[in-house]
Structure formats: structure tokens, C-alpha cells
Design a protein around this ligand. Structure first.
Ligand code: ADP
Length: 504
């Protein structure tokens, strides 16, 4: 078979709620996909685990299923791009391939008290300077520390035989038949162990968290050669040529490859990421500095850095309205309900259901409805919840504007909750800038596919492939903008009242 016949790219999108394989054709359109939801395990309050074996079994299943469903042969897949939930990490035995403990998921808070100890010992600034991250249980470092501690007491696998990794590293190791133990800079930059400047594991931090360097994967460019899949998997060897963290992959798909280009993914949480170019931007507002992606350009390494504002609860509030309170039947019902009333009736919601992320980083904050009177109806409350998602994004955009100096001109969006027209219009109103929604909302998988396809020459120009993506709708600020912006100040006041509710 000639290389011309290799007309497809497969993206593996291994997310928090499920694992997906999507095949893209040479025009960048989706040819087919297979998805399986991933069971979540909550062994104790605040703990969240995934079974790594389950992640890998579902990945294999999705790859085979999408090939079978579309009738596309494995031989015609030019490359695989991998994008994953970030920060989630695990240890495994390199001889047996068995995980030593379930993976600890990014949402898991079991190491919060360890973070407090490190904070009290004065490590906050040092961690921020070296990694660009806020010292928080969200990132992998304290989770790996916990896993190593657990293994010391409960596992008979010797330390020399252990490998550590985030989900990309685990998947790559399995895809390559246990041969390749690597990660890319975008995932590595979320571990709180990568030095942002040297782009290498930081010895001082490995030491601080008690993590031996030999268990860590090799770090390489996000776009490049990561190895080939083991032939026993799909009958042929397929090169893996792109690896990204999920938010960085979405940024790549949106064409945000220059400073000042911003995207927001509205999924379970909401993640605003802005490209800051070749320089590490340092935030004055507790945004995270991170690596967007790295690649070789004309034989030289090139890095795109980014600033990120992560909000833990966005679509999750809508799930809570549906499953927790039962006041809507489907997530989509929130849209017409919110539009059925002319305003929020004075009701404001603080979406701190699992604390507040950027720019507050207050894990002790809890959710609240404020401003309730007898006149407040269900529709007002649903509207207040959707408005709160947009208000949160405005806080982060303000922080980005003031850190970057030049105001953001457009917001590019993706993720499940951006199907909601009310939310998108209100977002445009409260920001006072256009909100651009593409036709394909799977930007994460698209980014991994574009990266992988470009690396093997299926496409030759990044700007053409991202520019060819159809836009579904651009929401312009409307007549409602002035009142939305006035209400933002009231909402901020409401946020202030929910802080430090839980004092640990
Ligand atoms: P994730 O990748 O985090 O699993 P998705 O991008 O698949 O998230 O989006 C799912 C989230 O979007 C859910 O939390 C759901 O409540 C929310 N959602 C889906 N459709 C809508 C809608 N029409 N309006 C508001 N929220 C929605």
C-alpha cells in the first residue's frame, strides 16, 4: 500500500467521563467514532479514582469498534493523535504491566492537607516559579507522592520496577506494547514536576515530593514521533505522532497559535486557555502558566506557552440541576427555561459546588443561591445557574486581559455546554465580545487529529486545516449587554459571601 492511500487519522480522546476513538478523513471531517463511558469510583469523600486497566481496555475497544463500524482498514490510518484528561496519574509494574493502585483523578482532594503542610513550610512561591502552577492537590505531584507512600506500605513491587505516568504515558506504553515510556511537554507541564524554563523534570521538586527520577517518563515535543503501535493490536504498526493535554488540544484545534487568542471549553468544568507565545507569561491573578504545545520548526524546538483559568464546576452545575435537584429532565431543557423569563428575578448562584478555582483558588468556598424572594421561580434559578457559568468566565477573561495587557477580542468555544444558546448569548453579553461556536464541538479530538495528521504530511498547512473548520454561529453582544455587565458586579459580591465556608 502506498502512503497516498493512508487517508485517515485516528484521534484517541481519553477523557474524565469517557474514552473515545474518532477517525478524521483527509478533509478534516469526522468519518466515525466509538465512545464508552468510564466508571468513576469515589472510595471516600473527596477521593476520585479510575481503573487504568479499564481505560486501556476501553481504548482498545474504541479503536477496533470505530474501524469495524466505518469499514476503514487499519492500514489506511496514517497516524494516531492522543489527547487525555490531565493531571490524573498512576504507577505500574513494568514487568507485568499491572497498575499498582487505581489512578488518582485530577478532581481528587486527598492530598489537600499535604498541600497545606507544604504551604506552611513556605514552598508556594518556589513551586509557582518553577512550574507556573498554584500549589494545589489538583496537580499530579502530590498524588504521585501519595501513591509511592501507599506502595511502600502495601505493594511488593520493588521501586526499581515501577513506572509513573499521566494517562497519555499509560496509554502510549500500552499502545506500543510496553516499549515506550514517554509524555509530551503539555501533559508534563500539569504534573507540578516540570520546570517551565528548562522543560525538564525539576530535580528540586522531585526531591520535595519524594519522587525518584527513574520512574518518570521521558519528555518530548507534543508534535513528533512517539513510537508505533504494537502490530498485535490492529494488525499493523501505526505511528503515534501527537500527544496533548485535552485543553491544549482544543486550543490547537481552534487555531489559537498566536498570543492573545483565547478559547473556553465548557464541559464538566470550564477551562479558559490563552496562547501567550514563546514567552512564559506570569500572572498577577493566580492564573496558571503552562505549556500549550512544543514542536520542531525548521529543525529548532519551538514552544507555545499559555495562561489558563480552570473552573471546576460549569456543566456539572447543570448535571446537578438535573440529577441532584431533578428540576430539569435534560441538560438541554435549561436553555428554553432560562429564555422563558426576561431576567434572573434577582437570583444569583455561586457555582462553588467543589470549591472555587481560578482566580480565587478557595477550596473552602461552597455553592449558594442569593437574592431569593417569593417572586423567584424555577426558571429564574435555572437562569441564575447558567448566568453564573458565564460570570465565572468573565472573571477569568478580566484576569487574562490585565495579565496580557491587550484585551481579548473574540472567545472561541467548544464542549458540551456550549450547545446552550442562552449561555452563549449571555456569555457574549457579559464579556462584550463575540463568541464563536464551531460546527464540530469535539475540539479536543480534532486538535489531536490535526497535530498527528500534520506530523505525517496528511495535511501540509496548519492554518488551512484549522481555517477550514465551519463556524456554526457567532454570538454578538446584544441589547442585553449593559444589564448583564451590571449584574456581574452583584454576582461578584455574592461570590465574596461564599468564601471560606468550610474551614479545614
Ligand atoms: P466532559 O468532556 O467534561 O465530560 P462534555 O464536553 O461532554 O464534558 O459536556 C458535558 C457537560 O455539558 C455536562 O456537564 C452537561 O451537563 C453539559 N451540557 C450538555 N448539554 C448542555 C446544554 N444544552 N446546556 C447546558 N449544559 C449542557
Amino acid at each position: 500500500m502506498t502512503t497516498q492511500q493512508k487517508n485517515y487519522v485516528m484521534a484517541l480522546d481519553l477523557g474524565t467521563t469517557g474514552n473515545r476513538a474518532i477517525i478524521f478523513d483527509h478533509t478534516g471531517a469526522i468519518a466515525g467514532q466509538a465512545y464508552k463511558e468510564l466508571p468513576q469510583s469515589y472510595p471516600q469523600p473527596g477521593w476520585v479514582e479510575h481503573d487504568p486497566k479499564h481505560i486501556w481496555d476501553d481504548t482498545k475497544w474504541a479503536m477496533k469498534r470505530v474501524l469495524a463500524d466505518t469499514g476503514i482498514s487499519a492500514e489506511s490510518i496514517a497516524a494516531i493523535g492522543l489527547t487525555v484528561q490531565r493531571e490524573t496519574c498512576l504507577l505500574w509494574d513494568k514487568t507485568t504491566g499491572k497498575p499498582i493502585h487505581p489512578a488518582i483523578v485530577w478532581q481528587d482532594r486527598r492530598t489537600a492537607s499535604f498541600c497545606k503542610e507544604l504551604e506552611a513550610a513556605g514552598h508556594v512561591e518556589e513551586v509557582y516559579d518553577r512550574t507556573g502552577l498554584v500549589l494545589d492537590a489538583y496537580f499530579s505531584a502530590t498524588k504521585l507522592h501519595w501513591l509511592l507512600d501507599w506502595a511502600k506500605q502495601h505493594s511488593d513491587v520493588p521501586l526499581e520496577n515501577m513506572l509513573a505516568g499521566t494517562v497519555d504515558t499509560w496509554a502510549l506504553w500500552n499502545l506500543t506494547g510496553g516499549k515506550i515510556h514517554r509524555t509530551d511537554h503539555s501533559n508534563a507541564s500539569r504534573t507540578m514536576l516540570l520546570n517551565l524554563e528548562t522543560q525538564k523534570w525539576d530535580e528540586k521538586l522531585l526531591d520535595l515530593f519524594g519522587i525518584p527520577a527513574h520512574i518518570m517518563p521521558e519528555v518530548q515535543s507534543s508534535l513528533g514521533e512517539f513510537g508505533v503501535t504494537d502490530a498485535s493490536l490492529l494488525g499493523v504498526e501505526i505511528p503515534v505522532t501527537a500527544i496533548f493535554g485535552d485543553q491544549q488540544a482544543a486550543l490547537y484545534a481552534h487555531g489559537c497559535d498566536r498570543p492573545g487568542l483565547l478559547k473556553c471549553t465548557y464541559g464538566t468544568g470550564a477551562f479558559l486557555v490563552v496562547n501567550t507565545g514563546a514567552d512564559i507569561a506570569r500572572s498577577q491573578h493566580r492564573l496558571l502558566s503552562t505549556i500549550a504545545w512544543t514542536q520542531m520548526v525548521d529543525g529548532k524546538p519551538k514552544t507555545d506557552y499559555a495562561l489558563e483559568g480552570s473552573m471546576f464546576t460549569a456543566g456539572a452545575c447543570i448535571q446537578w440541576l438535573r440529577d441532584g435537584l431533578g428540576i430539569i429532565k435534560t441538560a438541554g431543557d435549561s436553555d428554553p427555561l432560562a429564555q422563558s423569563v426576561p431576567d434572573n428575578g434577582g437570583a444569583y448562584f455561586v457555582p462553588a459546588l467543589s470549591g472555587l478555582g481560578a482566580p480565587h483558588w478557595d477550596m473552602g468556598a461552597r455553592g449558594a443561591f442569593l437574592g431569593l424572594t417569593r417572586g423567584v421561580e424555577k426558571a429564574h434559578m435555572v437562569r441564575a445557574v447558567l448566568e453564573a457559568i458565564a460570570f465565572q468566565a468573565r472573571e477569568v477573561v478580566e484576569a487574562i486581559n490585565s495579565d496580557c495587557g491587550t484585551p481579548i477580542k473574540t472567545l472561541k468555544v467548544d464542549g458540551g455546554a456550549c450547545n446552550n444558546d442562552f449561555l452563549m448569548q449571555f456569555q457574549a453579553d457579559v464579556l462584550g465580545i463575540p463568541v464563536e461556536r464551531p460546527a464540530v464541538l469535539d475540539a479536543t479530538a480534532q486538535g489531536a487529529a490535526f497535530g498527528a495528521g500534520l506530523a505525517v504530511g496528511l495535511w501540509d498547512d496548519y492554518h488551512t486545516i484549522v481555517g477550514d473548520r465551519p463556524i456554526d454561529k457567532t454570538f454578538e453582544p446584544s441589547v442585553g449587554a449593559a444589564s448583564a455587565q451590571n449584574n456581574f458586579a452583584i454576582w461578584q459580591d455574592a461570590v465574596g459571601r461564599t468564601k471560606n465556608w468550610i474551614v479545614s
